[in-house]
Write a protein that binds this ligand. Structure first.
Ligand SMILES: Nc1ncnc2c1ncn2[C@@H]1O[C@H](COP(=O)(O)OP(=O)(O)OP(=O)(O)O)[C@@H](O)[C@H]1O
Length: 304
């Protein structure tokens, strides 16, 4: 059985089609990245998966339960963890109170273990929490009942880089436990560290569905090089170098060719500074799909 099965899912808000005929599956035990720029329809998909909105047409199943069947969905949600993008905790209560309440609803099998990695000040009221502490409390709440499926919307927002890396390590350990994770994000560099496969959403449509390695190979790397004074690089002639621009002293380009070819070219020059990083999602859109990314406005429905 697939942990998530989405079939021709469409959601319209008035004249705006937020998601449009989405179909995909997430296998049990898979870490699935759900990537798309702002407004692409990620949160709408998640809300449909959790039964928090009614699809205009199509449907989805989570842990075998059809999201349109209330009783089946309620039962399935006992085994689902949800980490929303915006955490709406009651500011007046302590973190411990939040966790105790969640425990009474869904169970409490992993709190102590989670508190070894995620360390919010449990006995202080949430109004005194930093953004990162609030996020850590949300992570503990999401996992403490030992869910089979976890759905996360921009989960690392507000975590500092060290905590983010700990979170990534934690997610990799979850994979070893067999937890299925649906990881929504607009940041490619974030999902690439943990996901097996990604779906890419643009303006409500699924425009890509593939193994993370294949996506990264196509997306290439973003390269910034500062040659020493007076030196010019021959990178524009390299196979796989695109969008070569010069900004001040710095030469910038996206590179999808053989790494050794690039290194050989650079080795013949005096390089003062260099940075090679993941491309932004927008660059992947541009080079992978070959068109300008159209994120906003989303598709208008035909009956407007
Ligand atoms: N309740 C609503 N009423 C009207 N339009 C909505 C509503 N919720 C979302 N939309 C629209 O649907 C589209 C998809 O929004 P959604 O929040 O699902 O995108 P997203 O990919 O999660 O974006 P972000 O990364 O910014 O959170 C957007 O154009 C948004 O403005």
């Amino acid at each position: 059985m697939d942990a998530i099965e989405v079939t021709e899912l469409t959601k319209e808000y008035g004249s705006v089609r937020a998601v449009d005929s989405l179909s995909f599956t997430v296998s049990e035990g898979e870490i699935f990245g759900y990537l798309g720029p702002n407004g692409a329809g990620k949160t709408t998909t998640i809300r449909a998966l959790l039964g928090l909105l009614t699809p205009t047409s199509g449907t989805a199943r989570v842990l075998g339960a059809d999201v349109r069947e209330e009783a089946a969905l309620i039962e399935a949600k006992r085994h689902i963890g949800y980490l929303p993008a915006t955490l709406g905790f009651d500011e007046a209560v302590t973190g411990r109170r939040v966790l105790d309440y969640h425990a009474s609803l869904k169970g409490d099998y992993r709190r102590d273990e989670l508190l070894e990695t995620f360390t919010p000040p449990l006995d202080r009221p949430i109004r005194e929490y930093s953004t990162g502490n609030t996020r850590m409390l949300g992570i503990i709440q999401t996992f403490m009942h030992d869910p089979d499926l976890v759905i996360m919307d921009e989960p690392t927002a507000g975590l500092d880089p060290l905590k983010q890396e700990e979170f990534n390590e934690f997610i990799r350990a979850e994979r070893r436990r067999g937890t299925t994770i649906f990881f929504s994000s607009h940041v490619l560099s974030e999902v690439r560290r943990v996901c097996d496969r990604v779906g890419i959403l643009r303006a409500g449509r699924l425009v890509g569905l593939e193994e993370i390695g294949a996506l990264l190979d196509r997306g290439g790397k973003r390269v910034h090089v500062v040659p020493s004074d007076g030196d010019s690089l021959g990178v524009a002639d390299l196979d796989g170098a695109v969008d070569v621009t010069t900004v001040g002293e710095e030469i910038q380009f996206t590179y999808t060719g053989e790494y050794n070819t690039l290194l050989d070219e650079l080795a013949g020059h005096d390089v003062r500074d260099i940075e090679i990083s993941e491309p932004a999602l927008e660059d992947v859109f541009m080079h992978y799909y070959g068109t300008e990314h159209e994120t906003n406005p989303p598709t208008e429905t035909a009956d407007v």
